[in-house]
Design a protein around this ligand. Structure first.
Ligand code: GLU
Length: 471
């Protein structure tokens, strides 16, 4: 499909999750594709909550989906529409179909349907509804059993095929002989899943249905019902599932699969979006791009047919990239709660944005930044054995001179670096012989970024007070 085909009718896409759990990566990716497609063509992106499975749907899951979409910044233009609030509409359409003769009442009991299937299986046939109650010209229907409420079945065409040109998978043809007369309303009048989807896509004037390929089997049924209603068929695109790095279907075993686990693990939404955008779609060799760029590029022609593999290293790489680009004050707002959880004390401590500026280049996640930043926000408590090893009597005169010069040196790393070198030269020491004790004394640990930058951030007062304790 090309941009020009869609330009005639305004593009309307939808994300239609069933609220039975968290928003998982696969769902987020279809949402992203639907959203981007609408953005690209100045169209409308609709959020529809398919909550008719009362046993499995929960308000918490609705909340989790909405939160996940908000975190990713995938704003919908219409909705959220809840299917449970549209029951009247579905009943109305069932009534219209009964009247038009495109649907009919079937009085078979569940036991009769099961027995029918058993017989067919025994005869080596594919089990399907045998059409007992299907009205045909010149056919006499059985007598209606007393006290039995009927289901409503869709009168699926008997002959011919259903064909659609799937924008991801290419042409797909299913014979109508493969398709049953689907139950569209249960004995209590509640509509069934495939039927609600069709009425919604029809009413909401959806032009492009982009969804997971676990729905391919539903599509010919939905197309037949939509045709019976006289609706215009949308384009369908079925996106392959996401596999774990081991080639198995992505599951909890592979770590986080809920989108909202990612902010908790220190990922930025722009990294996740960029990552998901490339998972099953490509634009040449481009790996790193903004959402603005993505929305300008995104098309359905470059969706990949093969399942995409989730690669945590690549996500980390992108996250590091976006952490480096991000404003330090924004990162500070995200890292601060993580530090607070670890008991950080901010009073009199270095400015967090400055600390982040020093640490972020090497960090894959915000949690890594928080772990590395903690030394600035707690009292140092170096291990006794390390103190004994590094802060020897032989070093103390150099430390004393360093402390003394701290009083007057310009408190910038540019001034601190040569001052440290002068102290080293005066005492005939090598860099680590002074840098390691300084790290232990000031930060409480041996691993820190460059000592001059670390000292600058801690500030003159803190450094001098901590040094005095050792002299
Ligand atoms: N509610 C379905 C699901 O969560 C999606 C239906 C659709 O996109 O047509 O899998």
């Amino acid at each position: 499909m090309t941009a020009t085909t869609s330009a005639a009718t305004p593009v309307r896409t939808r994300f239609a999750p069933s609220p039975t759990g968290y928003l998982h990566l696969g769902g987020a990716r279809t949402a992203l594709f639907s959203w981007a497609y609408a953005r690209r063509f100045g169209g409308t992106f609709i959020l529809r909550i398919e909550d008719t499975d009362l046993e499995r749907s929960t308000p918490e899951a609705v909340q989790a989906i909405i939160e996940g979409m908000q975190w990713l910044g995938l704003a919908h233009d219409e909705g959220p529409f809840y299917q449970m609030k549209r029951m009247e509409r579905y009943r109305e359409v069932v009534g219209q179909m009964l009247q038009a003769g495109t649907a009919y009442h079937c009085y078979c009991s569940p036991e009769e349907v099961e027995a029918m299937r058993e017989r067919q299986r025994a005869a080596g046939d594919k089990p399907r509804y045998d059409g007992t109650w299907r009205p045909e010209a010149g056919k006499t229907l059985p007598a209606i059993p007393a006290d039995r409420k009927p289901v409503v079945r869709f009168k699926n065409p008997i002959d011919g095929d259903v064909t659609w040109n799937d924008v991801v998978k290419g042409p797909i043809t299913i014979s109508n002989r493969e398709l049953d007369d689907l139950v569209i309303a249960r004995p209590d009048g509640t509509p069934t899943y495939n039927f609600c989807v069709v009425v919604d896509d029809w009413d909401m004037k959806i032009t492009h249905v982009i969804r997971g390929d676990d729905h391919v089997n539903n599509t010919p049924r939905q197309i037949n019902i939509l045709r019976a209603l006289g609706g215009t068929l949308p384009e369908y695109g079925h996106v392959p599932m996401i596999l774990g790095a081991d080639g198995e279907k992505l599951s909890k075993r592979h770590g986080a699969v809920s989108v909202m686990d990612y902010p908790a693990q220190g990922y930025l939404p722009e990294a996740m979006l960029n990552y998901l955008a490339r998972l099953g779609w490509s634009h040449g060799d481009d790996e790193v791009f903004s959402m603005e760029q993505f929305c300008a590029w995104f098309d359905l022609d470059h969706l990949t047919k093969a399942p995409a593999q989730f690669n945590p290293e690549k996500l980390n790489w992108l996250n590091n990239h976006y952490i480096k680009l991000a404003d330090n004050a924004r990162l500070a707002g995200l890292v601060r709660p993580l530090l607070e959880k670890d008991g950080a004390v901010f009073d009199g401590a270095p400015d967090l944005a400055g600390v982040i500026g020093l640490l972020k280049d090497r960090a894959n996640t915000l949690n890594e930044i928080a772990a590395a930043a903690l030394m600035f926000y707690r009292q140092p408590a170096p291990e006794a054995a390390l103190v004994e090893q590094h802060i020897t009597d032989a070093i103390k005169p150099a430390l004393a001179e360093f402390a003394q010069r701290c009083a007057t040196v310009d408190w910038t790393k540019e001034a601190l670096a040569p001052m440290i070198k002068e102290v080293l030269a005066a005492h005939k020491l090598k860099m680590p012989q002074l840098a390691m004790p300084l790290r232990l004394i000031v930060a409480g640990q041996l691993q820190t970024p460059a000592i001059d930058a670390v000292l600058q951030l801690f500030g003159r007062e803190v450094v001098v007070v901590r040094l005095q304790a050792y002299l």
